[in-house]
Design a protein around this ligand. Structure first.
Ligand SMILES: Cc1cc2nc3c(=O)[nH]c(=O)nc-3n(C[C@H](O)[C@H](O)[C@H](O)COP(=O)(O)OP(=O)(O)OC[C@H]3O[C@@H](n4cnc5c(N)ncnc54)[C@H](O)[C@@H]3O)c2cc1C
Length: 360
């Protein structure tokens, strides 16, 4: 009997491995990995994945942090691009459900849970991006009972596929505003995403604002100096970013393990990497659930290192064939570089640089 689900059959929440299988199949067949993963995102929608992240009292399933981290590892191993887009949508959902603007929160969440509202974030210019320039990337001035926003949010993933954007801007007195706005609001331009070293299909790039009017009813919280810290959420280097790095590394380790079945010279490396993968997974889940000491930053530093080492090991194992375009080892190597730059706190960048420079 054929146990494959039909294209129209909704995926059960519990059946994560079935979802991952379908994601992996779709991603493997996508044209050179450059096209927007619309079908993959539709699968997440059908599987009710967004509800995992929403508190029960707001209509969600409220999965625990460790359960989410474990799921992220699986999903990222199946399709890193789709899972990355998911994390940016989830970052927006978190900003929305922790908002103290209850009417806005309820309206947007209702749309998200019904599947007709999608939101992504453009907030890195408030934390990790453009910090050295001495002037805000996105400026707001208070006027006519609201705010006028001009500038750009330099990094926004998948804005072309969303109905709303969660964005920050800075006022002349140094306070920041954080708002949720419809992507088709007058004055907002969403250019085509960058051609990236990897994950180009995520359609990541700047979103431009030209005198965009933001009504106070669109503010997620009151203006504040460090507006992202008001909700108490982690803004960079969270365990979810580590989970994605581990998902990628897992794909590479599985590949080396498969190769080692008929190549004894690979056995020792395969076993060592598998052991490290299990140790890191255990550490990730313990830190996510708050039962282990250790910081997110130390974990992310080690995950970055592991993603780089395992993907390069997969290239060495794949030999010249791995260097030909289309082989997954080459793509994994490029994808691992992403973790050196995405949502990476300064302490993690510094630690990774020290490792690369051979400094203790
Ligand atoms: C693929 C991808 C997707 C992303 N998606 C999102 C998203 O959806 N939402 C979101 O909010 N963010 C997103 N980000 C942003 C990310 O989290 C980081 O904020 C971003 O990678 C930081 O890089 P930057 O080039 O903007 O850093 P910057 O610090 O602005 O560095 C840019 C350049 O400035 C120069 N420079 C840097 N520091 C200094 C200094 N101290 N003095 C002098 N010159 C300096 C260097 O030449 C550097 O190359 C994404 C990033 C990537 C790569």
């Amino acid at each position: 009997m054929n146990s494959e689900p039909s294209d129209h059959e909704p995926i059960n929440n519990g059946n994560l491995s079935q979802l991952c299988e379908r994601l992996a199949t779709l991603s493997a067949s996508s044209v050179n990995g450059q096209s927007w993963p619309g079908e993959q995102l539709e699968l997440l929608e059908q599987a009710d994945v967004y509800r995992w992240f929403v508190p029960q009292h707001l209509g969600g399933l409220e999965w625990g942090a460790a359960q989410i981290a474990a799921a992220y590892v699986e999903l990222a191993s199946a399709c890193l691009t789709t899972t990355f887009i998911l994390t940016q949508r989830v970052a927006a959902i978190r900003r929305i459900y922790t908002s103290d603007n209850i009417p806005l929160r309820d309206r947007l969440l209702a749309g998200i849970l019904a599947g007709n509202t999608q939101a992504t974030v453009g907030i890195s210019h408030l934390t990790t991006s453009r910090q050295h320039l001495g002037k805000p990337a996105c400026r707001a001035i208070e006027k006519d009972g609201g705010y006028f926003v001009t500038g750009q949010s330099p990094w926004v993933t998948g804005a072309c596929g969303t109905t709303h954007l969660v964005v920050g801007a800075e006022l002349p007195d140094g306070r920041q505003i954080l708002f949720a706005i419809a992507s088709d609001t007058a004055g907002i331009t969403i250019p085509k995403g960058f051609n990236l070293v990897a994950l180009t299909a995520s359609q990541t790039g700047p979103v431009k604002f030209e005198n965009v009017f933001v009504h106070p009813s669109s503010l997620l919280t009151e203006p504040a100096e460090q507006v992202l810290t008001v909700s108490g959420l982690t803004s960079t280097g969270s365990t979810q970013t580590s989970a994605l790095a581990l998902g990628l590394a897992t794909s590479a380790v599985k590949f080396i393990e498969r190769e080692s079945l008929h190549r004894p010279d690979l056995l020792a490396s395969a076993e060592a990497l598998k052991e490290q993968q299990l140790v890191l997974r255990d550490r990730l889940l313990k830190i996510a659930s708050g039962i282990a000491a250790g910081t997110n930053e130390a974990l992310r530093t080690d995950m970055n290192s592991f993603a780089l080492r395992t993907t390069q090991a997969s290239m060495a194992a794949a030999k010249g064939a791995g260097f030909v375009e289309g082989h997954p080892a080459g793509r994994w190597c490029c994808e691992a570089l992403f973790f050196l730059v995405w949502s990476c706190p300064q302490a993690v960048i510094q630690a990774n640089l020290c490792e690369l420079a051979g400094i203790e």
